[in-house]
Design a binder for this molecule. Structure first.
Ligand code: ATP
Length: 849
């Protein structure tokens, strides 16, 4: 596997493409429209000498900033300077213990970024106590930037996990209050997914801030941007040539997080200005790697291969290694200090997982137990604040008890495994009892309800991606309130359902586009534009009891018993129904008839096939017998839940969610419009969209309905061409590649800003010499493409980062060939031993020196 270039000293260059005019441009993640789209803002007289993009121009009028090259040696005050770090800001809910800001004495040496020892050392022998940090009572942001840059420079999971767990241990031992903001900054989030806190700053804010703090002219910045294609690399280069007269105090992790929080919560008049000021406050004080990662964080694309799974794994290891066992009896999550002390440094053999000493084996086992625990707790209660609070206070032993499944906090949903034929159901389940449910075409909704002491029913609805969508469905909230009002035995519950648009007259199903026409939030009960039915299919919690580990048959029985179908008299309320289903125990003929009748329906997508009881199965003759559990497996895709879409049967095993990133001029009748459209998959490793195929079919009436009601395909392409028009001031369409996309040999006439997701079906995934999608995953020289792609609908519920990714595409290709899936290093939860994989890479890319 190829390694990314180390980013500690020189910015990693992003891939560049040539424009039609031969000028080099780079597919930067963010389009820096205001400053980079044209150079007419540039007030500098143009020099006759050719300019080197690596040597930025300095803006004459810039306050406070000077070009050190012009002055000779950097000007550093000789005496200590007393600087106030920050004013007290409102403490966010997510900072458990408010961090007090203090007066910091800043030494002259603080003008330069501090250097740090390696963090990627073997975590089993790493000592956080002796790790040197610059003198500060808190954790400097430069330390986090150092960790990020180490993680960025490798694809080795072992190095990433070592770096993160060592960094966490240093923070935990020195200033544990900084651990939560550090995790948020490392995960490029600011709060739990259900509390929708977003920075909401445009690319122009960041580019202006870089310009102000570096003194560069807009055209000099544009050159840097064209050279690097990444806003972080631009910030790094822009700032590396500037020094401030008075050194700024070091940025602290807590201060950076709080400032981000302040940016996210700035609303109303003057908010734009305030945000701009806050961004500049951060960038002006940033040194070295800090600038790169701050700019990337601000632009919401950290470009780091450390995802949720790695963070949780590293966190678990951190607490195994740095937190003492609190119980009187030995627990599976800890290793005694004596055992730890006898762990031998890794050698060639043990790095490959062979001849590991027994002390390390004991540590590996404890880490594995705690990783499983921490991940399990997180998917049932995804809140770092609660998890960290409990880990710090009570250790790993009490975590599951202290951070339980909670009404009001969404669970990561269980997921369906795609299968291609009904016969596969029988093959997979080997005659075990299952149920086949209709697969409704609506929006998944996790419904939480709790009767409060005053009798009020608290209701919350969460989406498939855990966003709070309570205000989108006041009719469902009112339905739940009414149901709980009628049945006073119900104290609390969590259920899983699909909300579907219906005809209020007879309850018949309407298509997904009707539902999509509903506003996303703040809908008022009287103003509901699309009536809905709630088709409930699972119950995870009832009256203070978690049901996740109960087999589906018993969860379903409780659901049916306590929540019968209900059609409220008040017409403005949603209806409550159970999903239509057929059990295998009714006989094969009934099941087949159910499938046949479903295939004939236009308003459903296929079937969801669910195992009813906990069983053991042998998937392949040579395989061991494995348990197949009918539990509610949060965030897991197993064969206990299978999705059989009608379209799969003759085509691919699943649809893909792809991003339109470019187009060609149409021919003949379509000469005025864009057709075909270039679609891309998300590449999580590269943090960008990569072109996969050209799509020109499937644009039926459905497409229009998402925008305006338009009659035919011609009008659709017209609407699309209007949205992505090529005017001077277009924000979405450009002749040159201005956004962070890679198109390989697919060279469209125009490029689109990646900003929407389309569901696409296709006949087959094929290896392609022109595509660079999933390059390296199935072949070292060829990528993957899709044959006969067909537009199905716009996925309004998905962001670009949630589009189908390259690993998914590669697995689809492998599945077609009857091969096993690749291990996804991304967001899938997988168990990896401390030292049993990717050893060569770890060796080569380790920065331990
Ligand atoms: P996934 O959720 O599996 O990642 P996805 O979001 O692309 O994929 P689909 O491939 O359409 O969605 O299939 C799963 C979805 O089907 C569920 O998330 C749920 O919203 C919907 N669904 C409809 N009917 C049912 C049902 N009876 N049981 C479970 N899910 C159902």
């Amino acid at each position: 596997m190829s390694k990314r270039p180390a980013s500690s000293s020189t910015p990693a260059k992003s891939k560049r493409t040539k424009t039609s005019s031969g000028q080099k441009t780079s597919p930067g993640q963010t389009r820096l429209d205001t400053f980079f789209a044209s150079s007419h803002h540039d007030q500098q007289p143009s020099s006759s000498k050719p300019t080197n993009p690596m040597v930025p121009k300095i803006h004459k009028g810039s306050p406070e900033i000077i070009d050190v090259d012009l002055l000779g040696d950097p000007v550093i005050p000789s005496s200590e300077t007393e600087v106030k770090v920050a004013k007290e800001t409102p403490i966010p809910r997510s900072l458990t213990s408010p961090v007090k800001f203090i007066q910091v004495k800043v030494a002259a040496a603080d003008a330069l970024p501090p250097s740090y020892a390696t963090l990627s050392a073997d975590c089993a022998t790493f000592d956080p106590e002796t790790y040197e940090l610059p003198s500060s009572l808190e954790i400097p942001y430069s330390f986090l930037a150092h960790a990020l840059s180490t993680v960025c420079a490798t694809r080795s999971r072992i190095t990433i996990l070592d770096t993160l767990s060592n960094a966490f241990r240093v923070i935990l031992t020195r200033h544990s209050q900084s651990l939560l903001p550090a995790i948020y900054l490392l995960s490029n989030t600011m709060s739990p997914p259900y509390s929708s806190l977003e920075l909401n700053i445009g690319p122009s804010v960041i580019s202006q801030a870089i310009q102000h703090v570096s003194g560069l002219t807009p055209s000099a910045l544009r050159k840097l941007y064209n050279n690097f294609g990444d806003i972080g690399d631009v910030a790094f280069a822009a700032k590396s040539n500037t020094r401030t007269l008075i050194p700024h105090p070091p940025l602290l992790v807590s201060f950076v997080y709080k400032t981000m929080y302040k940016i996210a919560t700035s609303h109303g008049q003057g908010a734009a200005k305030q945000k701009q000021k806050l961004v500049e406050t951060l960038l002006v004080a940033a040194k070295g790697e800090e600038s790169r990662f701050l700019a990337r964080t601000l632009s919401q694309n950290l470009r780091v291969g450390a995802v949720r799974t790695s963070l949780l794994t590293a966190l678990a290891r951190c607490f195994v290694l740095s937190s003492p066992c609190r119980g009187s009896t030995p627990c599976p999550y800890h290793v005694s200090a004596k055992t730890l002390a006898t762990i031998q440094p890794l050698n060639g053999e043990s790095k490959k997982g062979k001849n590991i000493d027994t002390a390390r084996e004991t540590l590996n086992a404890a880490c594995k137990e705690s990783e499983t625990l921490v991940r399990k707790v997180f998917v049932q209660h995804p809140d770092y604040e609660h998890i960290l609070g409990s880990l710090i206070e009570d250790g790993l032993e009490m975590l599951a008890q202290k951070v339980p499944l909670t009404v009001g906090i969404p669970i990561y949903p269980t997921l369906g495994t795609p299968i291609r034929s009904f016969e596969e159901v029988y093959e997979r389940l080997k005659g075990l009892p299952f149920t086949a449910e209709l697969k409704y075409d609506g929006q998944r909704a996790q419904i939480h309800a709790h009767r409060q002491v005053d009798g009020h029913i608290m209701v919350r609805l969460f989406s498939r991606h855990l966003e709070d969508m309570t205000s989108k469905y006041p009719d469902v909230v009112a339905l739940v309130e009414e149901m709980c009002g009628r049945n006073t035995e119900i104290q609390s519950f969590i259920m899983d359902s699909e909300i579907v648009a219906i005809n209020p007259a007879d309850g018949s199903l309407k298509d997904f586009q009707t539902l999509a026409s509903r506003a996303r939030k703040d809908v008022r009960l009287g103003d509901v534009s699309a009536d809905v039915g709630v088709f409930v299919f699972d119950l995870m919690y009832l009256n203070e009891q978690a049901l996740l580990t109960h087999p589906f048959r018993s969860r379903r029985a409780l659901l049916r018993e306590h929540f019968p179908p209900f059609v409220p008299e008040r017409k403005e309320l949603a209806r409550f129904q159970h999903v239509e289903s057929c059990d295998s125990e009714d006989g094969k003929t009934s099941i087949e008839e159910f499938w046949e009748s479903d295939v004939g329906r236009r308003d459903t997508e296929g079937l969801m096939v669910k195992l009813l009881d906990n069983e053991t199965v042998k998937q392949q003759p040579q395989e061991r017998v494995k348990p197949l559990l009918a539990v509610y497996d949060a965030d897991k895709r197993t064969y206990a839940w299978m999705k059989l879409k009608k379209d799969y049967v003759n085509g691919l095993g699943d649809s893909l969610d792809l991003v339109p990133i470019g187009a060609w001029h149409g021919n003949g009748r379509k000469a005025q419009w864009w057709s075909p459209i270039l679609l891309g998959v998300w590449d999580a490793k590269k943090g960008r969209v990569v072109g996969v195929c050209k799509c020109m079919s499937g644009f039926s009436d459905n497409f229009y309905k998402c925008n305006t009601v338009l009659p035919d395909i011609d009008t659709l392409l017209k609407a699309l061409s209007e949205r992505y028009n090529l005017s001077e001031d277009s924000e979405l369409c450009s002749r040159v590649s201005e956004w962070n996309c890679e198109t390989g040999g697919l060279k469209p006439d125009v490029y689109f800003k990646p900003q929407e997701v389309w569901e696409i079906r296709g006949a087959e995934v094929t290896v392609s010499p022109v595509s660079v999608a999933a390059l390296g995953l199935v072949s070292s020289s060829k990528g993957l493409s899709l044959r006969f792609p067909r537009f199905v609908r716009i996925r309004q519920d998905k962001s670009v980062e949630q589009a189908s990714d390259t690993v998914f595409l590669a697995n689809m290709w492998r599945k077609q060939k009857g091969e096993k899936d690749l291990v996804d290093e991304g967001d899938e939860l997988i168990d990896v031993d401390l030292r049993n994989s990717e050893v060569e890479e770890s060796d080569a890319s380790s920065d331990s020196g």
